[in-house]
Design a protein around this ligand. Structure first.
Ligand code: C2E
Ligand code: MG
Ligand code: MG
Ligand code: MG
Length: 290
């Protein structure tokens, strides 16, 4: 169940196993404890600007350090929390932690735009919007916060969603459509959405080196995003060849193992200190090599 660690420090999970379903009963109690005892940790994965090579944004990705089961992947416990109506506690905890971290960073002169993933059940609820507003009033800069909502989520209750998203935009929070291409938004609806960014799902990005169709699909998604005036981000970029193809297509930002894996806030600060954030293959040889 809580099997081998994968390279991001999360576990590989097979939801089809009977054993897993049984374990979910205890998981619910454990989740409550995790929130009370601070067993959750926020990791950050940098987003790099393709044109400039600069990094001034990152995505917050939650991790669960279970006292006896080790690291549990959000791919496991987020859908579970969402199904059992327990996502809000996690979302609020992550948001609070990110705003706290940003204040701490700003005291050292570091300003980073951080994206926080939110669930449909969060954005559909006007009380969640109130919560975001209250947190920002207490401590936080709305201009440094982005909320990522999956494309499927965005289409769930379009009217309420549009209203709440508009309110979040009025607060100055940036909005992003996550996992774009895997949902079913109509272009008419997409054009009405008060969002700033579109994140191409990693399924399309990863298959760019194996099928011509994926390359064309990604190119079209970048075009659609730009036509709608949105910033386009590609996630799951693992190879130089894909980076280069995305750069030619005018993709704005890239996120993926090629640049960096999600890491602790301390590791991120150390990583940001590096002279170049581009992969070695793309960095021109320095003069000292001659
Ligand atoms: P997502 O928001 O689409 O995040 C991208 C996922 O892809 C992350 O997995 C990230 O670690 C992984 N990833 C990034 N670059 C690469 C790459 O180059 N190759 C591969 N193979 N994977 C890459 P992670 O951290 O396990 O999170 C999985 C999902 O769990 C997220 O997908 C998001 O939907 C959800 N999630 C994570 N943290 C939170 C959170 O705080 N709140 C909510 N509601 N959902 C979260
Ligand atoms: Mg995301
Ligand atoms: Mg995504
Ligand atoms: Mg995803």
């Amino acid at each position: 169940f809580f099997a081998k660690l994968n390279r991001e420090g999360s576990v590989l999970y097979d939801p089809s196993r009977e054993e897993n379903r049984l374990n979910q009963f205890t998981l619910l109690g454990d989740l409550r404890e995790a929130l009370q005892e601070n067993h959750l940790v926020v990791y950050y994965q940098p987003k790099i600007n393709v044109a400039t090579g600069q990094v001034n944004a990152a995505e917050a990705l939650v991790r669960w350090q279970h006292p006896n089961r080790g690291w549990i992947s959000p791919g496991l416990f987020i859908p579970f929390a969402e199904k059992t109506g327990k996502l809000r506690g996690i979302t609020e905890w992550v948001l609070h932690e990110v705003l706290r971290q940003q204040v701490a960073w700003q005291q050292t002169g570091l300003r980073l735009l951080i994206s926080v993933n939110v669930g449909v059940s969060d954005v559909e609820d006007v009380q969640f919007v109130d919560f975001v507003e209250a947190q920002l009033l207490k401590a936080g800069d709305a201009a440094n916060l982005c909320l990522e909502i999956t494309e499927t989520g965005v289409m769930h209750k379009p009217d309420v969603m549009l209203q709440n998203l508009a309110r979040l935009r009025c607060l100055g929070v940036r909005l992003s459509i996550d996992d774009f291409g895997t949902g079913y938004s109509s272009f008419a609806y997409l054009a009405k959405m008060p969002v700033n960014e579109l994140k191409i799902d990693q399924v399309f990005v990863m298959s760019m080196n194996s099928t011509f169709e994926s390359v064309s699909i990604v190119r079209s998604m970048i075009e659609i995003g730009h036509i709608l005036g949105l910033k386009v981000v590609a996630e799951g970029v693992e190879t130089i060849a894909i980076w280069q193809a995305l750069a030619v297509m005018g993709c704005d930002e890239v996120q993926g193992y090629l640049i960096a894996e999600p890491m602790s806030s301390a590791a991120l600060v150390a990583w940001l200190d590096k002279a170049s954030h581009l992969p070695a293959e793309l960095t021109p040889p320095s003069m000292s090599n001659f």
